[in-house]
Every structure is written in structure tokens, then in C-alpha cells.
Design a protein around this ligand. Structure first.
Ligand SMILES: [Zn+2]
Ligand SMILES: [Zn+2]
Length: 535
């Protein structure tokens, strides 16, 4: 029986099969006792509310504990979010929970297994979950996510699994897909009646999308022109030898498909896969880091590719988390979207060590400080040259927009000097000037005709060129440093976003808004340095 829509706004949906009323906006079922207040929450008043309440009164709505749970082979229930989780495979148990941590607690509480037990991974398998109710009435049930065969606009293939209803959770593939071991077979079986090739075809679909489409959108670390070759040949070659690395590529592919999808259900299915692949990849990367043979060039290459994949995945995570109504699918996968974690993530693309160091910083050697000083001197000379000749050099390969930005960057030290007055620390000034110098330099790379590769390279290179002290200043909310960072975001991050880096979508805005929050609202002089960037 198809769900029945009750109101003009399509807010409420009656699912007669399970006897529930689902709020399509909140995406969960509402208890009978909470109906009145729930309608108020959606600003449904008086007449309309009375009308709705009386038509709802005609429906057969069950109390939460009486609602039957769907069979694990059923397709997802429309209107409810889909999330990834685990099913306990102990005989007769089939307990479901959303996180590995909770599952470990379940093992220790109900099966008397130590939380650190090395074999604990074989007591659960990854599953796809939904719940009708939230809060105290939350009860997860497993659903079968159909394999996604087509690309972005594709329709999920609904496999008709029949209404057997006899298969119990604990009888399916006991522990075959343990969540802890990095294995390619991470996605759950779509249903017990589907042959294993079904799951493999789904993975091949993600792999195919990676090699034919996603790989063209990914940047390279050093040579922008050869980035596609790097991802399609070098990285794929390594991934075919390391399952965790392959999971990383499949995660990027799933993230890309999720970002491209317009339809919420399809987006969700890809997000669930993204989360599953990402988990397996992260564990593999960590293990490789710990047991890394420093002499082996092969291992170093894998570590490098792994660091780059992690960087893309963390960015993609922010894009997806921002665009999903429901955060459940993606909870706990990566750091929150804060300036500091953005900087560490992007720097990690070419400096993988950073991603793994706890502090997220490296120290400035004497050599770097020397280079900083030279850079700072150079930018001052360049500024002088500009003010004498009136433009930033005829050899500039930049277009009009770019040279406007470029000139703006060059005059930034002067404008900042006026705003901030006499500086207190020579080291701070030097670091800030050096960051501006690097910005000038990197603008050339960003706005070079090589498109997405150059744009990405310029953005990343700046973060690796600025002195470590500058990153420290940003972290301590130094106003001058934040002003320079805003210029980087508005010029170089935006450029990369516009050049097709789908995994950076919305990042410029997030960074600028966070900077705006940190500037004192009553300091109009500082505000005026960045307000048109933020607007
Ligand atoms: Zn609602
Ligand atoms: Zn159990």
C-alpha cells in the first residue's frame, strides 16, 4: 500500500503497513501523544491543525513498541534517514547499533567479551539501519540497500527479495564482513538472497566511476598536467595491491556520486557507502603508518597516496555533511569544519605527516625562516615596483579578474600597516609579510591556464610556503593573520572551487564566515579590509 499524504504541504505521511505517521521534514515518525505539539513546531495553527488532527484520528496509528519492524531484506522505508551501523553476529542476538564503539560495549555487557578483545571484529557485521522513532523510543532495524548501478542521475536498482521473512540477522554471513579488518568487501550484502556478484558489481560500479570520471577531477601534488595519469595509473596500480587504498578510491568515488546526486535517496545510499569505505580506508591508513617500513619506497608511495586520498575524503566529508539533512550517516568520521582542521587537511595533501601529527604543525627550521625573510623582502620590492609603474608587471599571464586580485594583494601590506599601526612583534610582521609574499607567488600558479590542477596547486602551495609561525598566528586569532587568510580563501580557495574541485564546494564561504566571526565587530578598520571578500 502506498503511503498516504495528509496535508497540502506534504509534511505528514501515513505508512499504513507499519501504522506510523512520518514527518517528512523531521524524517522520523511522530508518536500519537506528541502530534499536537509537533504540528505547532511546524507552525500549523488552529483551523488547519484541527482539520489534520481529526483526519489523523481516523488512522490506525500504533504505539512505538507495537510498531512491527521491517524484515532485514526490505528496502529502506521512504521518508526515514538511512545510516550505517553494525549487527551483532552472536547466535540468537542480532543486536543493532550505530557505532563500533557501542557494539564493543554491547559485546562486553551482553556477551562478556573484553572491549579490547582482538577477535571482537568477528562478532559484528556492517549493516544499513533505519529507525522510525527518535529519543527514548529509538529502535534500529536493518534494511537492504539496493546496489546503485547507474551514475549521478541513476535510479537505484530495487532487487525483489521476496517476503521470506524467515532469515534471522544472526544467520547471515556470520562475521564475514568484520568492520575492523581492512577488507574490500566492506559494504554489507544487500540481501541474503542476492548472489555475491551483486556486491562485487556494485564495487565495480564505484571503481568504474572513479577511473572514468572522478579521477579527472582530482588534483596532483606536484605536476598539475599529469594529475589524471597519476590517479588513473599510479594510484590505481597501488590500490590494486592494497585493499585499504582501494577502499579510499571507492570512498572518493561514492562521495563524488553523492555530491552529484540531486535525489535525496540516491544521495543517501552513496553517503552510506562513502562512510563504509572511509572507515575501512582510515583503519588501513593508520595501520600502514604504524607498521611502515621506512626504507621501502613502495610503502612510502602508498603512504603518500593514502595521505592525498585522506585529504580529498575529509574535504568531501565536509561537503556531504553540509548538504545532508541528516548527519547520522556521517557522524564521527572526520574533524568538524574548523579553520584549523581545514588548514591541516589541505596541507596534508602534500605533507602527509601533518595529518598524523597530533598538533597539526611542523616547526620552522632556520632555513625556512631565512626563506621567509627573503620572501618578505621581495614582496616589499615588488610593491615598490608596482607603485612606481602602476601595474604588476607586463609579463603577467593573469586575466583581468586575476590581476585585480593580484594588485590588491600587493597593496595589502600598506593597507594593513595603516589599520594595525605600529606592530608589536617583528616575528609576527615578518610571518605575515611572508604569507602575503607567498600569496602573490601562488596567485600566479592558481590563475595559470592549467585549470583545476593549477588552481589546486596554488591553493595548497600557499599553505606550505607560509611560515609555521603564521599558522600559529591564525590559530591564536591574530587579526592581521586572519586578514591575510581571508585573502587566500577569497582568491585561491574560491578559484579552486570554481575550477571544478567538487570536494571544496562551499569551503570558501565556510572559511570566510569563520574569519568574520573572529574579527571584532566594532573594529571597522579591520572589518573594512575583508568585508567585500566576505560579502
Ligand atoms: Zn516534523
Ligand atoms: Zn549480541
Amino acid at each position: 500500500m502506498p503511503p498516504i499524504r495528509l496535508d497540502a504541504r506534504d509534511l505528514l505521511e501515513h505508512n499504513a503497513r507499519y501504522g506510523v505517521l512520518i514527518c517528512r521534514e523531521c524524517r522520523y515518525a511522530i508518536q500519537k501523544s506528541a502530534l499536537r505539539s509537533h504540528l505547532l513546531r511546524h507552525k500549523i495553527f488552529r483551523g488547519e491543525r484541527q482539520r489534520l488532527l481529526s483526519s489523523i484520528a481516523q488512522l490506525d496509528l500504533l504505539e512505538p513498541h507495537h510498531v512491527p519492524l521491517p524484515d532485514p531484506t526490505s528496502p529502506p522505508i521512504d521518508g526515514l534517514p538511512i545510516s550505517s551501523g553494525y549487527c551483532c553476529t552472536a547466535t540468537g542476538c542480532a543486536h543493532l547499533c550505530a557505532t563500533a564503539k557501542r557494539m564493543r560495549r554491547h559485546w562486553s555487557e551482553c556477551h562478556d567479551l573484553k572491549e579490547t578483545s582482538p577477535n571482537s571484529s568477528s562478532f559484528a557485521r556492517p549493516v544499513t539501519l533505519q529507525t522510525f522513532f527518535r529519543g527514548t523510543k529509538l529502535r534500529y532495524f536493518e534494511v537492504a540497500v539496493p546496489p546503485v548501478v547507474n551514475t549521478a542521475g541513476g535510479i537505484p536498482l530495487v532487487t525483489n527479495t521476496g517476503d521470506g521473512g524467515e532469515s534471522r540477522h544472526d544467520e547471515q554471513n556470520c562475521g564475514e564482513d568484520g568492520p575492523i579488518e581492512p577488507r574490500v568487501s566492506a559494504p554489507p550484502k544487500t540481501s541474503p538472497t542476492v548472489s555475491p556478484i551483486g556486491a562485487d558489481l556494485e564495487m565495480l560500479t564505484y571503481f568504474h566511476h572513479f577511473t572514468t570520471t572522478t579521477s579527472l577531477t582530482l588534483p596532483g601534488a606536484e605536476h598539475p598536467q599529469s594529475a589524471t595519469h597519476y590517479w588513473q595509473v599510479n594510484v590505481v596500480h597501488q590500490a590494486l595491491q592494497r585493499q585499504w587504498l582501494m577502499c579510499g578510491l571507492l570512498a572518493i568515488s561514492a562521495g563524488h556520486l553523492a555530491a552529484l546526486a540531486d535525489e535525496t535517496t540516491i544521495k543517501q545510499v552513496h553517503c552510506v557507502r562513502f562512510a563504509q569505505f572511509l572507515r575501512t580506508f582510515s583503519i588501513g591508513l593508520e595501520e600502514t603508518e604504524r607498521g611502515l617500513d621506512a626504507v621501502s619506497t613502495v610503502a612510502k608511495e602508498a603512504k603518500k597516496a593514502g595521505g592525498q586520498i585522506m585529504c580529498v575524503l575529509r574535504c568531501a566529508y565536509w561537503v556531504l555533511a553540509g548538504s545532508m539533512l541528516d548527519q547520522g550517516t556521517l557522524t564521527g568520521l572526520a574533524a568538524p569544519l574548523h579553520i584549523q582542521s581545514i588548514l591541516t587537511t589541505i596541507r596534508g595533501f602534500s605533507t602527509p605527516d601533518l595529518l598524523l601529527s597530533a598538533a597539526g604543525t611542523l616547526s620552522d627550521g632556520a632555513e625556512r625562516q631565512e626563506a621567509t625573510f627573503t620572501q618578505a623582502m621581495r614582496v616589499l620590492e615588488e610593491v615598490r615596483g608596482t607603485s612606481e609603474t602602476g601595474h604588476a608587471g607586463d609579463a603577467s599571464p593573469l586575466n583581468n579578474t586575476a590581476s585585480a586580485l593580484f594588485n590588491r594583494t600587493l597593496t595589502l601590506p600598506y593597507r594593513m600597516a595603516e589599520t594595525f599601526g605600529k606592530p608589536e612583534s617583528a616575528e609576527d610582521v615578518l610571518a605575515t609579510l611572508s604569507a602575503i609574499a607567498a600569496l602573490v607567488e601562488c596567485s600566479y600558479i592558481s590563475f595559470s591556464p592549467s585549470g583545476v590542477g593549477g588552481a589546486w596547486l596554488g591553493m595548497v602551495t600557499w599553505l606550505n610556503k607560509v611560515p609555521e609561525h603564521f599558522i600559529y598566528l591564525v590559530g591564536s586569532h591574530n587579526l592581521a593573520a586572519l586578514v591575510v587568510l581571508a585573502h587566500w580563501a577569497a582568491f585561491l580557495v574560491k578559484r579552486a572551487e570554481h575550477c571544478g574541485c567538487w570536494f571544496l564546494s562551499g569551503l570558501t564561504k565556510s572559511i570566510l564566515l569563520q574569519i568574520a566571526e573572529r574579527l571584532p565587530p566594532d573594529n571597522h578598520a579591520v572589518q573594512s579590509l575583508v568585508e567585500d571578500l566576505i560579502a
